[in-house]
Design a binder for this molecule. Structure first.
Ligand SMILES: [Zn+2]
Length: 524
């Protein structure tokens, strides 16, 4: 027992003169211990621009700008509470503005107003709209507030047991000395500018459902004196070196009075509000689904835990099951001795669920083909679970190289799949224009659909059943508008181009609908 205890101490975080020195110099460069400690409240104003790399038009292509926003944060350090008022101007997938506020306390989070198209039951039933943050969002928001706060350095200075040596981080040929800082079971790697001693880069080692093990960095620059200390007025967030968020700080005030009610979560919401999640937080999913305003604020990323008991199979026809119950659907088609699946939404958790459900429904038939309609992160994030059980990945022409790189990326931090298999050799089939998967009886046809949403987009079609499968271009089920939008028009054009005659479509979103309802809008 004694031996074990001493081993734990040795392998745990140990402060060193080197790391202590880096921290104390950084605190000095930031304005000194007392300047930080004397701030009881802080108010910060700024702007934010965000880009989503995995909503690009081309697979692996340029990121899409998703929003251009402003924010005002107030933090009461004594109350350990913050309020962020946001005006978020989205440009993707369509222009809209959300004005909302987030209140974050140590054990609950609250959103007043509408902040997403993927609203939860609690938000829909609340008047005015409001909801408790999920434990996943609360833990993520707390982590990101900690990362961006200068109080991190005060905490490091005063708790050197939370700091340990880390290898230097080298960026652009410059070597930055670094330390590990662990608080609330979250570890940051903090790198310092060797010239100014100021913090330069604050890194976490995250898991991304597309790119696997990733570095997520806050890069600090353009330091200016504000409110008695140095402030990084340029704050860029980088995912594996690509800037996906650009934040500019315009104004900082300390010790402004903050009315207590501005930081208060209504008692009736707080009563059932989840505590911050403590394990397997899909940080990148939570952060980036908010970029374009489609985040579903739920403790299961796949479905609203307050609205439904979970995912379920919905039978569309003999041997044809749609996975529904969440925001993102997939489709399973039974063949003679195997299965064909369409899309692998969200995470490998959802894929594991789908593979289990398929096994119960269809016995030991393996998924031989996973057809990915397009490369966007919300429809492919669970591809590894299918690849790991031997599926061939089927994609549109031009997407193969992208998925080869995705499948070659390490995924040791995947919370849902042991990284036991090297997936880099996964077979990938590219569909140039049309391809038919067949077992000699049932046919599953795949067609390229030219459209504005995504290059290399596939539409599925079962000719005998006259059933199509479409993702994102048209969400079958919800009411249609008075005219076709460009994506819906692309579905109609594809149907015509290939001369197919669908009766019904099942969707990667929505449910199913008669094709005639869509076709009727042509020319209107
Ligand atoms: Zn998409």
């Amino acid at each position: 027992m004694l031996l074990l205890a001493s081993l734990v101490v040795v392998s745990g975080a140990t402060a060193s003169p080197r790391s202590d020195n880096l921290v104390s110099k950084a605190v000095q460069a930031l304005g000194g211990e007392s300047a930080l400690a004397n701030a009881k409240t802080v108010a910060v104003k700024g702007t934010v621009r965000q880009w989503e790399p995995e909503q690009s038009v081309m697979p692996g292509g340029d990121m899409r700008l998703t929003n251009d926003s402003t924010f005002e944060i107030v933090v009461d350090y004594g109350a350990r509470a913050s309020r962020t008022d946001v005006v978020k101007n989205f440009v993707y997938p369509f222009p809209r503005t959300y004005t909302f506020s987030e209140i974050v306390t140590p054990d609950a989070g609250y959103v007043a107003g509408i902040d997403s198209m993927g609203r939860t039951k609690q938000s829909m039933e609340s008047n005015p709209p409001a909801h408790a943050m999920s434990g996943l969002r609360l833990a993520t928001t707390q982590r990101e507030m900690r990362r961006a706060s200068p109080m991190m350095f005060l905490d490091m200075l005063r708790n050197s047991d939370r700091v340990s040596d880390a290898p230097d981080i080298t960026v652009g040929g410059v070597s930055y000395p670094a330390v590990n800082y662990t608080a609330n079971s979250q570890t940051f790697i903090v790198a310092f500018d060797p010239q100014t001693n100021l913090p330069a880069r604050i890194r976490t080692l995250d898991y991304d459902n597309v790119w696997g093990d990733v570095n997520y960095d806050l890069v600090l620059s353009d330091w200016r004196p504000m409110a008695g200390r140095q402030v990084a007025t340029s704050q860029r967030y980088q995912l594996n070196g690509r800037t996906i968020t650009e934040r500019k700080i315009i104004d900082v005030q300390t010790n402004v009075p903050v009315a207590a009610d501005r930081l208060m979560i209504p008692a009736e919401v707080k009563a059932s509000a989840p505590k911050p999640a403590t394990s397997a937080v899909p940080y990148q999913w939570v952060i980036r689904r908010q970029f374009h305003g489609f985040y579903l604020d739920s403790d299961n990323p796949s479905f609203d835990v307050r609205a439904t008991s979970g995912l379920r199979l919905s039978e569309i026809g003999p041997g044809i099951q749609q996975v529904v119950g969440g925001l993102h659907n997939s489709l399973i088609v039974e063949m003679k001795d195997h299965l064909v699946a369409f899309d692998a939404p969200v995470t490998d958790w959802q894929s594991n669920w789908t593979l289990d459900a398929a096994k119960q429904k269809f016995g030991a038939k393996p998924v031989k083909y996973l057809v990915l309609t397009h490369h966007h992160m919300d429809h492919v994030g669970g591809l590894r679970a299918f690849a790991a059980q031997g599926a061939t990945i089927v994609v549109g022409k031009g997407a193969g190289e992208h998925f080869r790189r995705v499948l070659a990326a390490p995924y040791r931090r995947n919370p849902n799949l042991p990284a036991a298999r090297d997936l880099s050799g996964t077979p990938i089939l590219e569909v140039a224009d049309k391809h038919v998967l067949t077992d000699g009886q049932r046919e599953v046809a795949l067609y390229i659909a030219e459209n504005p949403h995504s290059h290399a987009m596939l539409i599925g079609y079962l000719p005998a059943e006259r059933l199509g499968f479409v993702t994102d271009l048209w969400n079958p089920g919800p009411p249609l508008g008075a005219t076709l939008n460009p994506n819906q028009a692309a579905v109609v054009a594809t149907v015509k181009r290939f001369g197919i005659t669908p009766l019904k479509f099942a969707g990667g979103h929505g449910s199913t609908a008669d094709y005639s309802t869509l076709a009727a809008l042509e020319g209107k």
